[in-house]
Design a binder for this molecule. Structure first.
Ligand code: FES
Ligand SMILES: [Fe+2]
Length: 399
């Protein structure tokens, strides 16, 4: 008799872990996501036309009115449902193309031009809207319960004198990644993949240090905002390399420069914060804000900002065919191919997955906090206490 084969496995395929992956309104993770400010587009993308936005399974329209104020409102006009993506932007808001109702960025109906002059109808209409906030070249929304709105967090690495920020879409998993947000987000807590996918399986995608399989040690620890990994490598010449990357609950992260020059002795904090924002439960978009290096008064362009779709940085050659992606797979191939929503019950987690396990536990704890009526981790409503001290860094020391 043969050993067990794949026969019958399809009949027993388990469900995904909906609690940790689904983000639509009314789901546990959907609620957790809505408790944090989420980026939804670049500041530069709001020009003289409205922009259709879909995040967390909600269809919305973003715009910047003539006064420069940003707005994010329900896509369908409160009158009879026409999409406001066809609306006209004016000084005080957005005007629906169908019958001209005018809404301000907070959804107030300012005009209903076809109604009698003494009509009070407009005072009884409110287009559903969300608070927005611009920072560093991104536009963020708060889509949670109004009474729970947190302060906008201040990441220490993105503030201060002389800091020059750039913001861009992270298209390394595709312009819209065709998979659930969590399998991409937990990747940052999987340092082992940098040594295989990004280094030794094919060509080196980043610093050669990622490929050093010598004497290296991995530690995973909780932080006040989520968790971090600490990877240390000892070299024969006595030097020690330490790399720290950090995930913030639920969907932000900070990773240090992946092109760290291995011949220097130095310590450098991470320069970027990234977000993996769910479009819905099976699609995800990415954003980065990065603090650029300034050398001799000139800013150095970001290699990550200039990567082609499906590549993590500008140093990696574009791939033009399916065969080329097979010959040189990258994060997109590794993570999107896990399926639209990776099925946790089918995994066989091993020692190297400690970071993934801890991050899922941190998410679960945040869900439990909400269930108890508390704030999840990392929420502040005190303007004097909204700083997030980032611990992600690279360092090389000599013994
Ligand atoms: S449907 Fe928008 S004004 Fe009538
Ligand atoms: Fe990666």
């Amino acid at each position: 008799m043969n050993e067990m084969t794949g026969y019958g496995r399809i009949a027993q395929r388990p469900q995904e872990n909906a609690e940790l992956t689904h983000v639509e309104f009314g789901t546990p993770m959907g609620e957790l996501m809505r408790r944090y400010w989420q980026p939804f587009c670049l500041s530069d993308e709001l020009n003289d036309l409205p922009k259709a936005i879909r995040i967390l399974g909600e269809d919305l329209v973003a715009f910047r009115d003539g006064q420069g104020r940003t707005g994010l409102v329900d896509r369908h006009c409160a009158h009879r449902g026409t999409s406001l993506e066809y609306g006209k932007i004016e000084e005080n808001g957005i005007r629906c193309c169908f019958h001209g109702w005018l809404f301000d960025p907070e959804g107030r109906c300012l005009e209903q031009p076809a109604e009698p002059e003494d009509s009070t109808s407009k005072d009884r209409v409110r287009q559903p809207w969300y608070p927005t906030h611009e920072f560093g070249g991104l536009v963020f929304a708060y889509m949670g319960p109004p009474e729970r709105q947190p302060e906008f967090p201040e990441f220490d690495i993105l503030t201060g004198d002389g800091v020059v920020l750039t913001a861009y879409r992270n298209i390394s998993r595709g312009a819209i990644a065709e998979c659930n947000w969590l399998q991409i987000q937990e990747n940052a807590m999987d340092p082992v993949h940098t040594a295989f996918l990004h280094q030794s399986i094919n060509v080196s995608h980043f610093t050669e240090l990622f490929g050093d399989h010598g004497e290296w040690q991995l530690d995973f620890e909780e932080t006040p905002f989520g968790m971090k990994y600490v990877r240390t490598s000892k070299f024969e010449d006595g030097r020690q390399y330490t790399r720290v990357a950090e995930n913030f609950v639920p969907n932000a992260r900070s990773i240090p420069d992946p092109f760290f020059a291995e011949d220097e002795t130095m310590h450098e904090k991470s320069r970027l914060i990234g977000w993996w924002v769910p479009v819905d439960s099976t699609h995800t978009i990415g954003f980065h804000i990065e603090s650029l290096r300034v050398v001799d008064g000139k800013t150095v362009p970001s290699l990550l900002a200039e990567g082609e779709e499906g590549r993590v940085s500008a140093t990696q050659a574009p791939r033009r065919s399916y065969e080329e992606t097979q010959r040189d797979p990258d994060d997109r191939e590794a993570q999107v191919s896990q399926g639209p929503i990776a099925i946790h019950a089918l995994e066989h987690l091993a020692t190297s997955d400690k970071g993934v396990v801890l991050f899922r536990r941190r998410l679960k704890e945040a869900l439990e906090a909400i269930e108890r009526g508390e704030d999840p981790v990392g929420i502040s409503r005190d303007p004097a206490n909204r700083t997030i001290e980032v611990c992600a860094s690279n360092s090389m020391v000599n013994d």
